[in-house]
Design a protein around this ligand. Sequence first.
Ligand SMILES: Nc1ncnc2c1ncn2[C@@H]1O[C@H](COP(=O)(O)OP(=O)(O)OP(=O)(O)O)[C@@H](O)[C@H]1O
Ligand SMILES: [Mg+2]
Length: 411
Amino acid sequence: MAENANPDDDTMLQHLVRISQALAGQLDFQAAIHAVAREVREILRYDHLDICLLSRNGETLLAYETGLHTSWGSLDEHMTYRSPIRTVLWGEVPYIVTPDATVDDRFLFEGAMNHPIFDARLRSRLHVPLRVQGAVIGALSCSTHEADVYTMEDVRAGQHVADLLAPYCFALRKAEQAKASAIVEAEARAREEGLRLGALRLTEELEHERQRIGMDLHDQVLADLTRLLHGVSRLREEPALTGAQLDPIAADLRASMQEIRRIIDDARPNVLQLFGFEHAVEDLLDRAARSGSFVTRLENTAGQALDEAPDPLKVALFRIVQEALNNAANHASASEIVVRLAEQEGRIVISITDDGVGYAARAPRRLGGIANMRTRAQLVGADFAIGAPPDGHGTQVTIAIHIPARLEAAQ
Ligand SMILES: Nc1ncnc2c1ncn2[C@@H]1O[C@H](COP(=O)(O)OP(=O)(O)OP(=O)(O)O)[C@@H](O)[C@H]1O
Ligand SMILES: [Mg+2]
């Protein structure tokens, strides 16, 4: 190692060439400073060497160090005005050289990030700017534990090294910025593409659904209505029309209405498959709230647990919620209806609660919504209850079921 030998011009040139060779191909700042560290030592003594670079229009600073490790290098970014060498970075002085930084007033101002000087015992210090096209982009700093080491020769040598490093650092910074903006752009494009694909898939599924409904309407309902039309046309030729002659037409109309209901019903749970249980219930609640004079609320603390259930189970639970909600909307005169989806002791518990007039259990009806809810619950092995909620006001329907694990469900 040259003991601050201040090599002659030829030797200096050789070292500078070697520094630039060491630099070539380094792809980040930390790697660049490590690569040149040994060659720089041939020209300048140091125990600590760092490059700091301005960023955010010069407001902040990033340091890359070699030799000793200080908190300058471990900070992500710090404010330029707190740097002990801010006068170099602001272009106010062409360099700083000090025989002992620990007692140099220039480094001892209010708020200065100067503790590494004391922590790492950096006494002799030399700072020269990194310049590109006249503008300061950062600084090169060398420090030693020993006092009174650097001369004006060293300042010149340091500036040579800095002049060599500056354009490389500048290019690296530009490449980094270009990479960062390319990543941001690629991410934005990927997000857009993801949305586009999602929308496309949804449109495709909805299109299939439309085709299925179209076929159902055509094959069943249109056929029924055509038959009815023929029936009515024949009746027009009858001179004396009797009620009994209208009976089969009324029966056909009823059957056709039933069929339309089935088609509508079949289409509805599709929201379940497309958007999941929570959204399907939300959709129901929104629609109910729009046509009633009450508010609705959905509380889901069960996450996606219900979506892992097999389809027939999900549809059954959805139908029960649907009927309980219809009842609350039609009979309760409630001001609020709340659906809660929760997981308790390994079971999914769904409750539909209203704060209305309350449900008075009468003689059980064989037909009707409540009987249907009970039957559906039994069929899927769920517990069903209807009564007053814990606070005693209104009606609460509760269904509790153990959801089979995904594996069992798939088998
Ligand atoms: N949330 C509720 N609040 C108050 N009364 C209710 C509530 N739910 C049900 N009821 C009462 O229970 C009766 C039976 O309900 P159920 O759903 O079986 O039949 P429905 O709603 O009258 O007819 P549908 O067969 O169309 O469902 C209702 O007519 C209503 O009087
Ligand atoms: Mg009902």
